[in-house]
Write a protein that binds this ligand. Structure first.
Ligand code: NAD
Length: 491
């Protein structure tokens, strides 16, 4: 059994689970290391059968009362939950940058405020959840959005706080109770979230955090038929297993998966803007599902574009994510560094040419150089598979039709970027088969807008009403307008 807390730069983080309003330690533990330098941060409880059973029992017991609360009452709890995240902003920033390698500056200015909003905004939206009716000559259909039950939320390591709160907000606001299974490579901000729920006075069992590895703890949770919804963000391989297992139990799942999104630069694009945005694809060391990792550039502008982009890439500050000036941080785990290096080596062996990068970065063992590979075939491994590191490919095209064909030519379909004269770029964007695409921009998101992918990039949409549709059982309560008398001729 590990000590009850570990210390990250003076911040105490609980190492146990949070089940039924209480901390619980397991005999089994696993190590969590910092991606910055692989130093061991401490040991975390690994949930087994006992903890999984305790969490499901607690969430099931808490469900009827939480579901029965008016949305306005749940909002009071959730507003306090969001405020507790805000009160611990510094702790979230320091802990996630140490544990997951996310840039401290991005945590402070982007992720922590957004995470508070993820909770508060959905709590506000839930006030209108039941305001739908369909009025016909025959009847008034009161369309109810009833909470589904116990929602299981499983998140990856590349942005653990943001992705957990993005799911927790709508799940809890709609009246579900939740079991959160944080990623084993970055489990600590999940533990801080439990502190926030506790301090906000969320009733015991409404939010449970069960720590552990995917193949053990995660798999046990997914397999349990008492789970009503599974909201998963992660890899395609895991999603396949989850979908099969959930399918056997007929449990709906939302799957947000990987991407291999195109970044198209048309002949009439503002090249400087496009190049500056393309350099952004190295953010979070490329460990970003929605990054446009396949640069598709018109042959007439490709040389200028590459030269301009190089200017931006050369200025990128690679380093320690805790330094507010750093723009590209570490890779999460030595295994991922190996994996990224393997992709690049095999691509080069197959004929690809690095225009820059291609190796581990001199800054440290956990760092990889921002890399651009050209001379890559459309059917090659490097073009067809998600690397999830700072590695982009470059292909040139001579017509819109070819740009569209290359852009649509993988099994993924998450996002995309298209730079060009606005009407032209919009027309091309409309032909790209993905869940979303940014025209002359990148990363503009709104909580009300749908987010998600098609084909291997996932099933379902998150955001606004789409999140509520997933976390609710929709029920039509039909009240006739005239007295109803049973008759066999009645339809
Ligand atoms: P992963 O699939 O290995 O793990 C994700 C989560 O699933 C972790 O919490 C893990 O413990 C858990 N898990 C693993 N096996 C499980 C099992 N059998 N049963 C239940 N849970 C299990 O993915 P990862 O490597 O942590 O994350 C990287 C992937 O996530 C990339 O492919 C990336 O593109 C994707 N991602 C997608 C989005 C999106 O919104 N589309 C956002 C971020 C990351």
């Amino acid at each position: 059994m590990s000590p009850a807390t570990l210390d990250v730069a003076g911040i105490a983080v609980a190492t146990g689970h949070y089940i039924d309003g209480r901390r619980l330690q397991s005999e089994e533990t696993f190590e969590t290391c910092s991606p910055i330098d692989q130093r061991v941060l401490g040991r975390i409880s690994e949930g087994g059968a006992v903890e999984v059973e305790a969490a499901i029992t607690a969430a099931g017991r808490a469900f009827p009362a939480w579901a029965a609360l008016p949305a306005a009452s749940r909002k009071l709890f959730l507003d306090r939950f969001a405020a507790e995240i805000g009160r611990r902003a510094d702790a979230f920033c320091v802990v996630e940058s140490n544990d997951a390698g996310v840039l401290l500056s991005r945590m402070r200015h982007g992720i922590v405020p957004r995470s508070m909003l993820n909770i508060g905004w959905f709590a506000e939206q839930a006030l209108q959840l039941q305001d739908r009716s369909i009025d016909t000559d025959q009847a008034l259909h009161n369309v109810r959005h009833d909470p589904a039950g116990i929602a299981l939320i499983i998140t990856p390591w590349n942005s653990p706080l943001m992705l957990a709160t993005w799911k927790l907000g709508p799940a809890l606001a709609a009246g579900n109770t939740v079991i959160l299974k944080p990623p084993e490579w970055a489990p600590l901000t999940g533990s801080l979230l439990a502190d926030c729920a506790h301090a906000a006075g969320l009733p015991a069992g409404v939010l449970n955090v069960v720590q552990g590895s995917g193949g053990n703890t995660g798999a046990q949770l997914v397999s349990d038929p008492r789970i009503a919804r599974i909201s998963f963000t992660g890899s395609v391989a895991t999603a396949r297993w989850i979908a099969q297992t959930a399918g056997a139990n007929l449990v709906p799942c939302s799957l947000e998966l990987g991407g291999k999104s195109p970044f198209i630069v048309l002949e009439d694009a503002d090249l400087d803007n496009a190049a500056a945005t393309a350099a952004l694809m190295y953010r979070n060391a490329g460990q970003v599902c929605l990054a446009g990792t396949r640069l598709l550039v018109h042959t007439r502008v490709v040389d200028d574009f590459v030269a301009t982009m190089r200017g931006y890439v050369d200025q990128l500050r690679v380093g320690d994510p805790r330094d507010e000036a750093t723009e590209v941080g570490p890779i999460i785990h030595p295994r991922q560094v190996e994996r990224i290096g393997g992709f690049v080596e095999r691509a080069i062996a197959a004929g690809a040419c690095p225009l820059w990068g291609g190796r581990r970065h001199a800054y440290g063992a956990q760092y990889f150089e921002p890399t651009l590979l050209t001379d890559v075939a459309q059917d090659s491994e490097i073009v067809q598979n998600e690397v999830f590191g700072p590695v982009l490919t470059l292909q040139a095209f001579g017509s819109d039709d070819l740009a569209v064909e290359l852009a649509n030519g993988t099994d993924y379909g998450l996002g995309g970027v298209c730079y060009g004269e606005t009407a032209h770029a919009t027309a091309v964007a409309l032909r790209i088969r993905t869940g979303f695409i940014w025209v002359n921009s990148f990363g503009i998101r709104d909580l009300a807008a749908p987010f998600g992918g098609i084909r291997r990039s996932g099933i379902g949409r998150e955001g606004g009403g789409w999140s509520f549709e997933f976390f609710c059982d929709v029920k039509d309560v039909v009240v006739p307008k005239k007295p109803f008398r049973a008759s066999f001729s009645h339809r």
